[in-house]
Design a binder for this molecule. Structure first.
Ligand SMILES: [Fe+2]
Length: 500
């Protein structure tokens, strides 16, 4: 049996199908049984490279044999280098499309969003019909059987009587859905946001002009999957710990440098009680989900708040701060809206000029990205869309970052609202869809640390290293800086350590 955790059969089948290849059931079972994430990726690469139409058991054996022959021993780290083994980047924003935001790419972008999310909805034994077929029904007034549709939410509004009207579009047309004020369906309708993809079950109104919703179906995480993964961490009992953090904001006057040094001292085993020191000894990974530095020109009059007014110098200081972290800890750096990459999401990793300032072996990834730590899949996303969720859904609170993150999973999209506070890049493919359910969703951005669980997925917001800013004071946001979540990878148990 392979090292690491077994893959889920449904995950294996979905991934192979996404390569437009069929798989024999025995071959899928063989992969689920013997492959870890790395070996499975080799198989997917081989499928694409060889344009395989059907994957058989003998294909799997031959690919694995070939893969096995190419395994090399991990490099030994030297001073100033960090070991790359142990972290697999499963998905990253590698490609930047040159034709993004053209007219064609807008159409392709939303088609891609609909296609991906409809395919997730279809796994819910939900079979939507084309919206144009409802229009034809309206003309012939064919009774009140239950019908299902799915599509992009083009508009949401509340009527004078308190009902919710949702305009839904698919490639064949659009239709108005009514969620009655007193119906059970309101519990779902009240959290629908613009541009997300939903399914609706209901009956046509007597004049055929409205679909009266009885149920709204979000792509979500299936309950079966949730039960399968509940509490699941790495199969390796000695998988160690991962420290998740974000929003360091080096270069800001309010960067909490003393707290950061205390944190590094802890990682070096120099501070903390016996339990904290024992955890520090076993930390293997440090993930940073964006806003590594404060940046320059991010908001008007930012220069007043800067202690370092050159962005490269900010990264130089960050590099020296990270160099103090023990070299056996693998560091993964992802950008946020204060970093020196394009502001449009998805964001690629930091460029060569910046990377050259850091220790060799630090892994630079885009925003979002998926990394696997000893079998635990972590979806890292800076979290710039969190304020959009809060302003779109009633009852959400600026001081609670976890509920918006739950909605990301329910909608299976990291940032559904187009034209909100996130400058989404309309590329031919929508890469903000959460196609595969992670074990951990790690965000930052709002500078408030928090933790929750939704259908077996750990939701962790890793706070910040910056004291309250004037902007936060004005909006009555109370940050919780220097509180760091530490995750035991075998159990996913999360502990917050306070370095203030
Ligand atoms: Fe930030």
């Amino acid at each position: 049996m392979a090292e690491g955790r077994q893959l889920e059969l449904s995950y294996v089948v979905e991934q192979i199908a996404s390569c437009e290849c069929m798989v024999e059931p025995e071959a899928a079972q063989r992969i689920a049984k013997v492959c870890d994430g790395q070996k499975f990726r080799k198989i997917l690469e081989a499928i694409q490279k060889n344009d395989l139409l059907v994957l058989t058991c003998s294909d799997v054996d031959s690919i694995l044999e070939h893969t096995g022959a190419r395994v090399r021993p991990p490099p030994q780290p030297s001073k100033g280098e960090r070991p790359e083994n142990g972290v697999s980047v499963l998905w990253d924003v590698k490609r930047v499309y040159s034709n993004a935001s053209s007219c064609d790419s807008f159409v392709q972008y939303f088609r891609s969003r609909c296609k991906k999310l409809r395919s997730i909805l279809m796994h819910r034994t939900f079979s939507p019909r084309p919206i144009s077929s409802l229009t034809r029904r309206r003309q012939t007034s064919e009774g009140r059987e239950e019908v299902s549709i799915a599509g992009l939410v083009a508009d949401v509004r509340i009527t004078r009587n308190g009902h919710i009207l949702i305009e839904i579009e698919d490639e064949s047309g659009s239709f108005t859905v009514l969620a009655p004020k007193d119906g059970e369906v309101m519990k779902w309708a009240s959290s629908v946001v613009l541009d997300e993809v939903i399914g609706v079950k209901g009956t046509l109104s007597s004049d055929g002009r409205l679909l009266i919703a009885s149920e709204i179906i979000f792509p979500d995480i299936s309950l079966e999957r949730a039960q399968m993964r509940l509490g699941g961490g790495s199969d390796d009992e000695n998988a160690g710990y991962a420290v998740l953090t974000s929003d360091i904001h080096v270069g800001s006057k309010s960067f909490l440098e003393d707290s950061w040094h205390k944190f590094v001292d802890w990682l070096n085993g120099d501070v903390g009680n016996e339990r904290a020191r024992a955890i520090a000894e076993d930390v293997r990974y440090l993930l940073v989900a964006g806003d590594l530095v404060e940046g320059v020109g991010i908001y008007p009059n930012q220069e007043r708040d800067l202690s370092i007014d050159d962005v490269l110098e900010q990264y130089e200081v960050l590099a020296s701060l990270l160099a103090g972290i023990p070299h056996h800890i693998q560091i993964v750096l992802s950008p946020g809206n204060h970093d020196a990459v394009r502001q449009g999401e998805p964001q690629p990793a930091l460029g060569e000029q910046v990377r050259a300032l850091f220790d060799d072996g630090i892994i630079f990834v885009g925003n979002p990205c998926v990394v696997e730590l000893n079998g635990v899949r972590v979806l890292m996303y800076h979290g710039r869309s969190i304020p959009d969720f809060i302003s779109s859904i009633d009852g959400l609170d600026l001081n609670d970052p976890i509920t918006p993150m739950k909605h990301m999973l329910i909608k299976r999209h990291l940032s559904p609202v187009y034209g909100g506070s996130v400058p989404l890049v309309a590329e031919p493919e929508d890469r903000m869809v959460i196609e595969h359910v992670p074990d951990i969703l790690h965000c930052g951005h709002v500078h408030i640390a928090g933790h929750g669980v939704y259908r077996g997925v750990r939701l962790i917001n890793s706070g910040a290293w910056q004291a309250q800013t004037d902007y936060q004071k004005m909006r009555n946001i109370t940050p919780t800086p220097a509180r760091v979540p530490v995750v035991e990878l075998s159990s996913l148990k999360t502990t917050f350590l306070n370095f203030r």
